[in-house]
Structures are given as C-alpha cells and as structure tokens.
Design a protein around this ligand. Structure first.
Ligand code: OVM
Length: 401
C-alpha cells in the first residue's frame, strides 16, 4: 500500500475477499488502517474505510451513504438484485421507516423479555444433554449452532421442515454481499431451492399464532405495513437472525476458550455475560463488512469520493482500531465495549441485537454455572464467508464440578 499524501489517495491491490485474508483478516486490516482514512481498492473500484472514526461517520450519514443501492458490492442502480431487496437492510427512509418501526417494536427489549425464561430451560437441557455425553465436544455444532436453531425458529414461529435450510440460505446471502467469487459460485446451485424454502416459511398460514412472524402479519392487519411487505419482513428475520447469532456465540466461546482468566471472571460475576457477548462482537465482529453507495461527491479524510461509488466499511477493523480502543486485540471483560460497530450504527443498526444478547446471556449463564474451565482441545477450523467471520469447528474440552 502507498502512504497517504495530500495529492493522492492511498490505494491497495489486495483482495479482501481472497482466501488468505478471510482466513486471517487482521494483518490486512492493520495495513488498511495505516494506509489512511480512505483507501482505494483497485481490485473492485471501491473506496474502503478501516478506521473507527470514518466507519462510524459513514454509518451515521445515511443520506450520503445510502443502502438502497445495495449493501454488497453489486450496485442496484445498474445490476438487478439476485433476490427482491430487503425492506430493511437495502432500503432508506422513507420506505425503510414503517418496516423498521414495526420490527423494532416486536423485537424490543421489553417485548422479548418473556422469551428469556423459556430459553433458560432450553439452554439448561441442551447443556445437560451435552455434558452427559462427555466433556469434549465441538463448540460450534454442539452449542453455537444448536442453541439458536433450537430457540429462534420457534420464536419466529416457522414450521419444522425447512429449518435445515436456514444456515445454508444465510451463508449464501452473506457471501452474495461480496464479489462473485468461488464462495458465491459454491452456493449458486441451491439458490432457487433455498430461496423458495425460505419464502414458503414467510406465508401467514404456515406461521404459528404467537411468534414474531404472526406479529408482523398482525401489523399488516392494522395497516402499519402492507400485506406485500409482511412476508419480506419475516424473510429478514430468517436471513439475518441465524448465521449471525451462531457466529456471535462461536466468537464468545472461542474468546473464552483462549482466555481462561476471562472465564474465571465470568464465573465470579455471571452478570458480565452481556458485556462478554458485546466484547466478543467487538473482538471478532461476526459481520465483518458492509458496503454503502455515495449519493453525492464527498470529501473524507482528504479524499474526494465521487457520487455513485461503492464504499466498503470494515466493521471488524474499526472495532480493533487502536485510535479508538486501548489494547484492541485483547478480549477483556474489564473494558466497556459499547460503541463498537459490530451491530452497525445509526438507522440501520442491528434490529435483532436484543435477541442476540438474550440468546448469548441465556447460554452463557448456564455454561458459567456448570463449567469450571474451557479450552481448545484440537485443531480449530474457520468457515470462509465473504461477509461473516465464521467458524467451521471449535473442538473444546471442559471441566465440570
Ligand atoms: C435482511 C438482512 C439480510 C442479511 C443481513 C441483514 C445484518 C439483514 O434480509 O434484511 O442484517
């Protein structure tokens, strides 16, 4: 990378979606932050931001950095989206407002509190079953993915069949925000099948009468949203609510398994579970990147970005920017991780974050009471995805009282 100067914008020829960078994005992110506040990525003709200040400012300015042209590399002004755009993620005010208002009420901290009690029993029985089989297991398959898949589909109210498609569909959606590389090609054969499966689960008559899905349809009955909007809002839950929480849980379990002193702190003070989860979201940033599109010429950090350009925001890099965070590469329950941009920031900030925190706190609460120590017991394996920082396998060994 070139050094920043008054005359030229620093540029890079690195492909941030290449297997090497996806395996370990941290060296690239450090180079990106050091190169300047804005770096031109020649591989994709996009402008990248890796520092906290600029990422947060761009997230806060939806008028200049729009989402409606897509939050992936593809520019919806010129390219037809591969699926009907999300009414939340890929929209801006005014169209964004009614769906956002409806869903943020349904997923609000007070509204979801009653779920916590039922989920505690689910977490207890999951951990009971697991520990009865032994003290070595895969923290991804046996905890990070099994717990969300046990509680979240029921909370939405979708039928049993088709649940197995949630993770593969999400994996493809998050790949599709990136460039059309091998990860996207790998998912293409199943796109039609998976999209049809997900769409069928958004219909009013297949959803249980109590869940989030039914509440979205009830909002259509009240006229808060239209009947055309309702199934797409249910789709957002099914798309954004599974792979993200699975990898958020995997992140916090990995962080504890590699930082035993932090596990001891959690056991001393289980009320730290929520801080621990947000610190893990900062530390690993399960959603690593999103794009925006400029709606006007704008100067950022000495670079003039023209109108209509794609901007790649590195949330994970912002969350480890030493300009913002002391000792950014440490997983530390002593810090206040609030202000991280792992859930985004501004009008599009994660609408499901209270659900994610509730899932994590419920599971960690049970684990902290049952497990005295947790460590890695074999080779760990990343799962590569164009957007997600994900795990394939995390073999762990635990001790119990
Ligand atoms: C959506 C959606 C999909 C993926 C991610 C996301 C992180 C939202 O369909 O609304 O937010």
């Amino acid at each position: 990378m070139t050094a920043p100067s008054i005359l030229t914008t620093p540029f890079s020829d690195v492909d941030p979606f290449s297997p090497d960078v996806l395996e370990d994005p941290l060296p690239f992110q450090a180079d990106l932050r050091n190169a300047g506040p804005v770096v031109y990525l020649r591989t994709y003709d996009v402008y990248a931001m890796g520092r906290y200040e600029q990422v947060r400012a761009a997230l806060s300015d939806w008028q200049t950095f729009q989402s409606a042209a897509g939050v992936g590399l593809s520019n919806f002004r010129y390219e037809k989206p591969w699926r009907p755009p999300s009414l939340l993620l890929e929209a801006d005010p005014p169209h964004h407002d009614a769906p956002r208002a409806v869903l943020s009420t349904i997923l609000g901290p007070r509204e979801i509190r009653r779920l916590g009690e039922a989920w505690a029993a689910d977490a207890e029985s999951l951990v009971d079953d697991l520990l009865s089989k032994g003290t070595e297991f895969d923290a991804v398959a046996d905890l990070a993915s099994s717990f969300p898949l046990r509680v979240f589909p029921d909370a939405v109210g979708i039928p049993e069949e088709g649940r197995k498609n949630l993770l593969p569909y999400g994996d493809h959606v998050f790949n599709a925000f990136g460039p059309p590389n091998e990860l996207v090609a790998k998912g293409e054969p199943r796109v039609a099948e998976l999209s049809a499966s997900i769409a069928s689960q958004c219909a009013r008559d297949v959803l249980t009468s109590e869940g989030f899905g039914a509440q979205i349809w009830a909002a259509a009955d009240r006229g808060d949203i239209t009947e055309e909007q309702a199934p797409l809002i249910v789709r957002s839950l099914l798309t954004a609510g599974v792979d993200t929480t699975v990898n958020g849980l995997a992140a916090v379990l990995y962080a504890f398994a590699t930082n035993p002193e932090q596990w001891a702190r959690l056991r001393e003070n289980p009320a730290l579970a929520r801080t621990a989860f947000d610190e893990a979201v900062r530390f690993e940033s399960p959603v690593q990147t999103f794009f925006r599109t400029t709606t006007r010429d704008i100067e950022v950090g000495g670079t003039l970005i023209p109108e209509g350009k794609k901007i790649l925001m590195f949330l994970g890099s912002a969350n480890r920017d030493p300009r913002r965070w002391e000792n950014p590469h440490a997983f530390d329950l002593n810090r206040d991780p609030s202000g991280h941009v792992g859930f985004g920031f501004g009008i599009h900030q994660c609408i499901g974050q209270h659900i994610a925190r509730l899932e994590a706190a419920t599971l960690l609460d049970v684990l902290a009471r049952r497990i005295t120590s947790i460590g890695i017991s074999g080779p760990t394996r990343r799962h590569h995805n164009n957007t997600l920082r994900a795990w394939q396998s995390l073999p762990v060994r635990v001790s119990v009282e």
